[in-house]
Structures are given as C-alpha cells and as structure tokens.
Ligand binder design. Structure first.
Ligand code: TRP
Length: 430
C-alpha cells in the first residue's frame, strides 16, 4: 500500500546527450526498478511549444527521447510512459489550476523573471517576446504533477521553485474544494553528477557543447577528441581537478577505473591517450544501448504504440480524476446532488445541539438549541458536569416526558418542537 509515486517530464526540444543520460535518464531508469516505487515518466511536448516553434524538431525530439529512454532500459510495463499531449485532461486541469493561482505567484517564476531581466538589460520593454505560454508554464507543470498524485518529483535545482508552486496550487484547490490533490515534493539527487560539456561548462544544448548520447562510434570519438584540455605536454603531471575529461570519465567508470585514470594523470598521461581511454569507456557503456536505439528509431510505429498504450494507462487515472475535480468545482450535471462532503457539512450545520457550560454560581448547566439558534430547553443547575451529561443522555434516550419534573421547554417552545429536534439529532447520528 505504501508505494511512492515518482513523476518527471522531459521537454521534447532536443537530442539526448551524455549529460541527460548521466543526470536524468540513467538515475530515473534505475529508480523505476526499485521496489515500492511507481513511476510516471512523460514526454512534455506541450512544454516544448513554449520554446520551440519548429514542428519537425518537436516531433523528431519526441521520437529521439522516447527511443533513448527505452534503449536505456525503461520498462514501459513497469513505468507509465506517455506523451503529455495524449492526455487532454492535462490542459483541462491547467485551467482549473489557473483559476486558483495568484498572478503574483507567476510573476515570481524564475523563467519569466529571467526573460524580463534580459529585456531590461537590452533596454527593451519588459515583456517583449514573452508569450503567455512562458508566463503560464508553472501552471501546466503543476497540472502534470497534481494530475497523477505524485509524491516525489525528481528534478534539477532550477525546477524546485515549480514544484513549490505546484504545492501552492494543490493546496489552494484543496482548501476551496476539499482534499483532492497530493502535495508533491521535489527530489534532488546530489549524487548525480552534472556533466561538463566540450568547453568545460555544464553540458547543455544552450551552450552548444554537448556530446549526443547516440552518436556513431566514429562521431563519438571525434567529439571526445574535441574536449577542451590544458596545454600540458605528454609526461607532465595533469590536474584531475577542473578537468572536464576526467569528470566525464568518472561518470561512466567504476571506482577502480577512476582511480586508475587519476594515477595516469599524476604520471603524465598524454591528452590524446586520456581521450582514447575516455572514448573506449563511454563507447563500452553506450554500444549495447546504441544497437537498441537504432532499432527503435527505425521503427517509429512501435514507439508510437508504446506511447499510446502508456497514455491509455495514464488516462485510466486522469479521466475519472478530472471528472471528480470538475464536479468538486461545480462543473457538473444539474441533476447531480451537491458534493457529499459539502452536503455533510451543511447538514451538520443544520442540526440542533446541546451546549454544556458552567455558570458563575459554580454549577453546571446545559442548553438544547435548535439548528437556527433558537433556545429549546434550558436546564437547571447540576452539582457536577457528569450529572448534566447523564441528564442529556437520558433525554436523548427516553424523551422529554421522562424528565417532565426536571426540564421544561423554553418560553414559547412546544414540547413537540423539542421532540422533533431530538429526533433530527438521533437520525443524523445513524
Ligand atoms: N519543466 C521541466 C524541465 O524543463 C520538464 C517538466 C515538465 C517536468 N513537466 C514536468 C518535470 C513535471 C517534472 C514534473 O525540466
């Protein structure tokens, strides 16, 4: 029963590179195999539209990313693996969340603020080139996460703010319409390396310094040959600290392998030889996956089928949940009764009640009050609260007649009114 649901999305704008493999694909696939874990991984193609207006690119990237994850060992039987745009409930939920999200909250989102800062630096109007899509992006992401009641969302540090916003949205909705959403938490794995790219900066498409995960052997060799090194000659000891080549090697090697290369650095290995060592190691890891990848990418129909099957599973959750959410917010059939929770609350508010209290004379009293606040009965004083309680119990059990000498209806109240109120209370208790 105590399964933890993990969910993460991959924006479909690029070609997976070694940094994606080490930082996201490999740890996510491993995590999905742990017991007690339920994983939802999806291709965030609605998110892709925010930064990419090239349809061919989005389609190609979706294919490449799906093939990469599958080639890296993702088991679509075990993981719910789907394409975001196959789930129409996602944009539907986005609107419900939009209506409970403060505009001020979105003003503070990093991605939006970064765009504004850039405009300011360039002396442009602050929202120049900013689409409402970029502005709304945290809400779409909130819908992605809240839809599947994810407990944990593995992301990079830059995304933590979005998970917190998703919590805020979920909490606002829950507060207004009852407990529907699980409030998610970000998970950042500090053991996962950020890989440096060819130029030593973080490997990233935006720096154009990446090594694609599935380049051919020849291409891989050529790219690794282009990794920036210092100018130390063969025989001169080399620093592992700050060496992009060494860091990439470390992400692919065993501990023993890493120790051996460290030793070789100290002994002055030539950069060309070090690159050869790195190339052979990366290729050794990638080669078996590469074969799978080629087979998958050449059979898009099979991937399409896998994704549609994943979407079907995802929608088996999303469709009924969306119905529940719509209804909770009041988007429901005119013949449907009010939400049970609210009905229960309203019914409770409409019941008569006993109120026990102590007076200044030190004695204990109770009142029986109608749903509308009208006083029905006022007791005389008791020496102990227990006596008051027992009298209430007897009144409820045996009715007013049994206590005729002791309790009389309040001014202007008929005995029948008291009896009706007692019955209403008894009915509500069963
Ligand atoms: N915005 C995320 C990124 O750029 C991708 C993403 C979209 C995502 N929806 C998500 C990640 C939901 C986690 C959960 O990396």
């Amino acid at each position: 029963m105590s399964t933890t649901r993990f969910l993460t999305g991959i924006t479909t704008t690029g070609t997976p590179h070694l940094g994606n493999f080490v930082g996201s694909i490999r740890p996510s696939v491993q995590a999905s195999l742990r017991p007690g874990v339920q994983s939802f991984y999806f291709l965030a193609d609605y998110h892709a539209l925010i930064k990419c207006e090239d349809p061919v690119r989005i389609q190609r990237s979706t294919l490449e990313i799906a093939a990469s994850w599958l080639a890296a060992g993702l088991d679509p039987e075990k993981v719910t693996f789907y394409r975001q745009s196959d789930i129409p409930e996602i944009p539907e939920l986005t609107w419900l969340l939009t209506c409970v999200t403060g505009k001020g909250l979105l003003n503070r989102a990093h991605a939006y603020k970064a765009a504004q800062d850039k405009n300011q630096a360039a002396a442009r109007e602050q929202d120049d080139g900013v689409t409402a899509g970029l502005f709304m992006y945290p809400v779409l992401m909130g819908a992605d996460i809240l839809m599947f009641k994810a407990h944990k969302v593995p992301v990079g540090r830059d995304q933590v703010q979005h998970i917190e916003m998703a919590r805020d949205m979920g909490a606002s909705f829950n507060h207004l319409y009852g407990e529907h959403f699980v409030l998610p938490e970000a998970v950042i794995d500090d053991n996962v390396a950020t890989l440096p790219g060819l130029d030593g900066r973080k490997m990233s498409k935006s720096y154009d310094n990446t090594i694609p995960l599935f380049s051919s052997r020849e291409q891989l060799k050529k790219l690794i040959g282009g990794i920036l090194t210092d100018s130390r000659a063969p025989g001169e000891p080399k620093d592992t600290e700050g060496s992009a080549l060494f860091q990439i090697y470390q992400a692919f090697a065993t501990e023993a392998g890493t120790a051996a290369l460290r030793q070789a650095y100290a002994e002055g290995i030539a950069w060309g030889d070090a690159k050869q060592v790195l190339f052979e190691r990366v290729d050794q890891i990638v080669a078996p996956m590469r074969e799978q990848y080629e087979a998958l990418i050449n059979n898009p129909a099979r991937i399409e089928q896998t994704l549609l099957a994943g979407a079907e599973r995802a929608r088996a959750m999303a469709t009924p949940f969306m119905r529940e959410l719509r209804s909770a917010a009041g988007l429901r059939s005119l013949v449907q009764a009010a939400a049970p929770q609210k009905a229960a609350k309203a019914a409770k508010a409409a019941l008569p009640s006993f109120k026990q209290y102590r007076e200044n004379d030190g004695r204990f009293y109770f009142k029986f009050v109608a749903a509308d606040g009208r006083l029905l009965l006022q007791s005389t004083g008791f020496d102990a609260p227990k006596e008051a309680g027992q009298t209430i119990a007897r009144l409820q059990r045996e009715g007013l007649a049994a206590l005729a000498g002791q309790l009389t209806p309040a001014e202007g109240v008929a005995e029948a009114d008291v009896a009706a109120a007692l019955r209403a209370l008894a009915d509500a208790a069963t």
